[in-house]
Design a protein around this ligand. Sequence first.
Ligand SMILES: [Zn+2]
Length: 80
Amino acid sequence: MEFLKVCNKYIPIPFQLDAEQIAIYKNWIRKHNCKYAEKERETGKYLIGGRLLWEFRPTDVGCFIEIECLCGSKLDLTSE
Ligand SMILES: [Zn+2]
């Protein structure tokens, strides 16, 4: 199982991400800035209830993956 560092903690990822998806995620999370991200960076802790919603939708043609921040910003990690 993969683990990704989120806010100084490693969280298990029950679905597999490839190296390109991980690189895209890391780049997005580093550059993404909003009041919620700032709060987590300041405190070094997750916001209660979590800031990021991970959505995995397996289908016959692949797994659609999207991450949404509480601010509404979204990252599509679906592979081509
Ligand atoms: Zn945000």
